[in-house]
Design a protein around this ligand. Structure first.
Ligand code: IPD
Ligand code: CA
Ligand code: CA
Length: 276
């Protein structure tokens, strides 16, 4: 990785997510074409429009860079690690967006050799721009971000989300949700993983976990949490990789306790289901 990042990388990330947010706000609440990618997995014409525009911008500005986007990339694209890769979610929180619930954003990271070096997430409803550059810090509308100081799980506000396959096998995921309800102050489910991560970075949440996410959901947010002084790993405490889609992000102080709580729950759940 180069020692000094090109300033155009962060500028492009910020410009792109703000542009995406402007389109989202122009379209939300209006009649729009909505398709189903699965039983409950929606895609609107706005998701595709924003990703198309973004791809055109990168092709013009950085013709040797690749784009990994939710709407037009293939599973094979997702398995590859290009040298320069813009990892983009045109709308994170599409279900909220389609229903007019104002919790959605756009999320973008530039990965070099698989590691995020800049990240930007823009929430157009609150006009909040979260961004980070590896080694330089994380900011919300230009102000430095810092994770919370909560020490104990029982004093922590947690957040999670569920994959679109949750209805097929809800027991384990919902059981883990219930397990954390009993151990923490409260658990939220906002419907946008990128916003959830930015809220950990901002100290509004103390911890967030989710399984089976796409790289576009978490690449930017994970960097923003790390640069705000937080800790990011897989849910079993292993090294984080955006393409594994399994994430635990916390203020650092409650991280090990959350890893233990997940392991305890999973061991109990799996042994119970094994003997039944
Ligand atoms: C979804 C959101 C949601 C999370 C889902 C994601 P989308 O992304 O981030 O919070 O629980 O797992 O797929 O489909 O709105 O881009
Ligand atoms: Ca998403
Ligand atoms: Ca999306």
């Amino acid at each position: 990785m180069p020692d000094l990042l090109h300033p155009a990388y962060l500028a492009t990330a910020v410009e792109s997510v703000i542009r995406a947010g402007d389109v989202q706000m122009a379209r939300v609440g209006q009649t729009m074409r909505i398709e189903k990618k699965g039983t409950i997995d929606l895609v609107t014409e706005t998701d595709r429009e924003i990703e198309r525009d973004f791809r055109a911008l990168i092709a013009e500005r950085f013709p040797d860079h690749e784009v990994l986007g939710e709407e037009f990339s293939t599973p094979a694209d997702r398995a590859r690690i290009p040298e320069f890769c813009w990892v983009f979610d045109p709308i994170d929180g599409t279900t909220n967006f389609a229903h007019g619930l104002p919790i959605f954003c756009s999320s973008l990271a530039l990965e070099i050799g698989g590691e995020a070096v800049v990240g930007a997430v823009y929430d157009p409803n609150r006009r909040e721009l979260f961004c980070a550059e590896r080694g330089a810090g994380a900011w919300l509308n230009g102000r430095p971000l810092r994770v919370s100081a909560a020490e104990q799980l029982i004093d922590s506000l947690l957040c999670t989300g569920f994959p679109y396959t949750v209805q097929q096998k809800p027991e384990e995921l919902v059981g883990l949700f219930a397990h954390f309800l009993a151990l923490s102050r409260a658990v939220r489910r906002l419907g946008s993983a990128a916003i959830d991560l930015c809220y950990v970075a901002a100290g509004r949440l103390d911890g967030f976990w989710e399984m089976q996410l796409g790289p576009w959901d978490i690449a930017a947010g994970a960097l923003i949490v790390q640069e705000a002084g937080g800790c990011v790993s897989t849910t079993d405490g292993g090294p984080f990789e955006s393409r594994r889609g399994n994430i635990l992000a916390t203020n650092g102080r409650v991280h090990d306790r959350m890893v233990d709580a997940i392991a305890e729950f999973q061991a109990r759940f799996r042994s119970r289901n094994w003997t039944e």
